[in-house]
Design a protein around this ligand. Structure first.
Ligand code: MIG
Length: 828
């Protein structure tokens, strides 16, 4: 190994902001080149930088000369193996896309190969006893996202946060911490492009994005591994993809998870659930799921059923199934400490599965069932035991499960959780078998709870996709569960917050997320509930849920006018199901979020100047633009990024297209934008029954005929709306919706493209992937931005087509092409 002493770097300007443990004068860094990176010593500092992939570098810092163990709850073992080609340089190394430089004192700079700084230490790591602080310089151009569903708005800049999973009933839009700890943040605006950092430390950690010192990003913790992953872009999309690779992709959800879900704390009996189902069907509100909150249980004991109010679960699930409705049941992790007649306690006690006090006795504390014990999910064997508890409910026909209270929440204590000295017996993954106290395990406890549930379900039903929803989690938790934002409130402020939380969750690996539609606490005004339905219909998981004792919030509660609007939006979501499902497929393969900030796919949007605090995109194709002050009648501008957009509801060009609405028609596709169409602003006047939605020019959007549940096969053709423009494409995806057959080829995927020609438009279908035949036999195409009649030919044969001049459409139906095909549309 080659050793270099970087004496020259003593003269660099990068002086630490505060003294490191060693000295105020930076020590010369001594570099030892490694096959996968570099080892650095500088005075007392010792660290290793490992290039895991071209754009991913892990930084491991020793404390008292010793590196933390090479283990992780978040980062997959195979991802911790170095795969990049590293070239040693005088002051660090390069990969195919990244230059890493080590300065005086061991300060790290990440740069592009052409020398643009992505992120630079403002000072080398500072270690004080067990606590540590990492400092990076913070150019004024940078903005921060991620950290899961933390409050405080979309952009984290100027704020500080703590990771400590907390049962935060009634949290406000500024409270921190709340339920989850996802110590991963993303930055945009650095000279070298977007990047992300995962601080893989499960202890209570903190992050300061220029709050105390405007020019410095600092983060650290009181204890635990000093171990972080630097993830380069340069685009935000590349950062999220690399992060998904590192921490695992969310598995494809069952299709029904994308349907409308009706919940309330609490539906008190099987009869009440039947009545809710009857009412939803009578009102023709498409629905896939009804949720069973804690009141279905016997004395709040997990894995029991109240024999009086829920006397026959198999009959209830069968009755629901007949109506196309699945049931999801809550299964909290606290196990009632009941010595006789309660199987989960008996078997758990027998197997010694519970978290301990320091004196070796089981830790016992009050939660819903009264005195309870807590599974030690950090032991593989306890997770396995927990998984077996689901056998009965699966046999009864319950489709999915809800892991609540897993921060874990404890009653009657000011900390709302376990004492910090409770003992977890770690026996899992790459961790050395040892005990760890609750300081170390707290933030990862909920995630390991969902892992136990997910793995258990998969073992019990090996060919079915498990559906688990969790409140608490940690980085990588998307591998096991979807999530929701916990006990929000029925206020306009929370509606706005929910959009920002869902966006930041998507950037933090959790593509599938929900916020309680209506707000859990309080009780919404009719207008708020209606608006929440409208926006919820475009979020990944769409669940109406509310607290016991609050006003009811099922869709019908405010009379027929409100119901009509709410139903219309639920219906639109079901029409969009093929698009949602294609996004789910895309997420499982690449890690791309389903809901995104507008600047994710359209970076220029960030500087367009509109108030975009409520705007988001659903995939790349749809831009949803609710009023930024959701309760206000004030008009507002929507910024439409360059490239051209259509109004989703009318199908017409949005903004002020060059289309001759006055002068003579020049060409068939006159209303079609080009790639060079400029960005635009459109003025919106809020109206309760309108949610502005725009479609990117260049989109091929699949939709389906209305169904009342994803369990129904749509009748009629698949609908394909073509919105001509640059990079024109769309994807069709289908599988059986519930099994893992898709992993063995039983799926259908087909890319469709369009291109403008001198005479019109051509639409090409790529060859299909997968062995499944989709439900559609025909495809009803609507070509937008078309003026006057048109002539359609498919592989030479001509087809009938209908034009609508005022809608600027041409419609025709084709036989679904199972293989590559081309359709030509020309002006008559
Ligand atoms: O202490 O199960 O966030 O969604 O309805 C409250 C009852 C426990 C908290 C969850 C909420 C759920 C409620 N739970």
């Amino acid at each position: 190994m080659k050793r270099l002493i970087l004496a020259a770097l003593l003269t660099t300007a990068a002086l630490p902001l505060s003294a490191t443990a060693a000295t105020a004068t930076p020590q010369a860094a001594v570099l030892t080149a490694q096959r996968d990176g570099v080892e650095v010593t500088a005075g007392a500092l010792k660290m290793r930088l490992i290039a895991l992939a071209d754009g991913v570098v892990r930084v491991r810092i020793a404390r008292d000369g010793a590196y933390p163990e090479d283990a992780s709850w978040a980062v997959l073992p195979e991802q911790r193996k170095a795969r990049a080609t590293v070239t040693a340089t005088a002051d660090g190394f390069t990969t195919a896309s990244l230059r890493v430089r080590i300065g005086a004192g061991g300060a790290i700079t990440f740069e592009t190969l052409d020398g643009k700084v992505i992120s630079a230490d403002a000072a080398p790591v500072a270690i004080d006893g067990k606590s540590f602080t990492l400092r990076k310089s913070l150019p004024i151009t940078e903005h921060f996202y991620g950290l899961g569903d933390k409050t405080g708005g979309l952009d984290r800049r100027g704020k500080e946060f703590v990771d400590w999973n907390t049962d935060a009933f009634g949290f406000t839009s500024a409270d921190d911490p709340i339920y989850k700890s996802i110590p991963f943040f993303l930055s945009t605006g650095a000279p070298g492009g977007s990047y992300g950092i995962l601080l893989d430390n499960t202890y209570r950690t903190w992050f300061d994005f220029g709050h105390r010192d405007a020019d410095t990003l600092t983060f650290g913790g009181p204890d635990g591994p000093i171990d972080y992953y630097f993830v380069a872009g340069p685009s935000l999309a590349e950062v999220t993809r690399r992060y998904a690779d590192l921490t695992g992709h969310a598995p494809l959800a069952p299709k029904w998870a994308l349907g409308y879900q009706q919940s309330r704390y609490s539906y008190m009996s099987a009869d009440e659930i039947r009545e809710i189902a009857r009412h939803l069907r009578a009102d023709r509100v498409p629905t896939d799921v009804i949720w069973m909150d804690i009141d279905y249980q016997d004395r709040n004991r997990p894995f029991t059923t109240n024999p009086t109010t829920f006397p026959d679960l198999p009959k209830l699930t069968a009755d629901m199934k007949a109506q196309g409705i699945k049931l999801v049941a809550i299964t909290d992790l606290h196990i009632a400490k009941v010595e006789t007649g309660y199987a989960p306690y008996t078997s758990g006690k027998r197997g010694d599965e519970f978290v301990k006090n320091p004196d070796g006795t089981d830790y016992v504390a009050p939660v819903w069932p009264g005195a309870s014990v807590f599974p030690d999910f950090t032991q593989t064997k306890s997770r396995t035991w927990w998984g077996t508890l689901y056998k009965g409910f699966l046999e009864d026909g319950i489709a999915g499960f809800w892991n609540d209270m897993n921060e874990p929440a404890i009653f009657n204590t000011p900390t709302k959780t376990m004492p910090l000295d409770t003992v977890h017996r770690i026996a899992s993954d790459d961790f050395a078998p040892r005990t760890g106290d609750h300081r170390e395990i707290h933030n990862v406890y909920g995630m390991q709870n969902t892992r136990a549930t997910y793995d258990g379900l998969l073992k019990l039903r090996p060919n079915e996709r498990p559906f688990v929803m969790t409140r608490a989690s940690y980085a990588g938790g998307q591998r096991y569960a979807v999530t929701w934002t916990g006990d929000n409130s029925a206020t306009w402020d929370h509606l706005k917050l929910s959009v920002q939380q869902i966006i930041n969750l998507g950037l933090s690996g959790f593509a599938y997320s929900a916020a309680d539609v209506s707000g859990f606490a309080g009780g919404p005004s009719p207008d708020l509930l209606t608006r929440w339905f409208e926006i919820g219909a475009f979020t990944p998981v769409f669940r109406d849920h509310s607290a016991t004792g609050t006003p009811r919030v099922e869709p019908w509660v405010d009379g027929p006018d409100h119901l009509a609007i709410r139903r219309r939006f639920v219906e639109e979501r079901y029409r969009l199901m093929p698009y949602f499902y294609a996004l789910a497929d895309q997420n499982s393969r690449f890690g791309d979020p389903i809901v995104r900030p507008v600047f994710y796919d359209y970076p220029s949007a960030a500087s367009m100047g509109c108030n975009q605090s409520m705007a988001f995109t659903l995939g790349k194709a749809l831009l949803i633009a609710p009023p930024p002050s959701p309760e206000s009648p004030q008009t507002y501008d929507v910024c439409l990024p360059a490239g051209g957009w259509y109004d989703y509801w009318t199908g017409l060009r949005a903004g002020t297209p060059e289309a001759a609405t006055t002068g003579p028609i020049q060409s068939a596709t006159q209303a079609v934008p080009t790639e060079h169409a400029k960005s635009e602003r459109v003025l919106e006047t809020p109206r309760l029954d309108r949610l502005p939605v725009f479609v990117r020019a260049g989109t091929i959007l699949p939709r389906q005929p209305l169904v009342q549940s994803t369990a129904q096969t749509p009748s009629g053709p698949l609908m394909l709306d073509i919105y001509p423009g640059g990079e024109c494409s769309g994807t069709l995806y289908e599988d059986d919706g519930t099994t893992l057959g898709y992993q063995r080829g039983a799926f259908f995927r087909q890319t469709v493209r369009c291109a403008a020609t001198a005479a019109g438009v051509t639409v090409t279908f790529d060859g299909k992937e997968g062995s499944l035949a989709p439900w559609w036999k025909q495809i009803a195409v609507t070509l937008h931005g078309w003026q006057g009649p048109g002539r359609v030919t498919q592989n030479g044969a001509s087809l009938g087509a209908e034009s609508d001049v005022s809608a600027q459409t041409l419609r025709f139906t084709i036989a679904a092409p199972g293989k590559a095909a081309r359709v030509t549309i020309e002006k008559n």
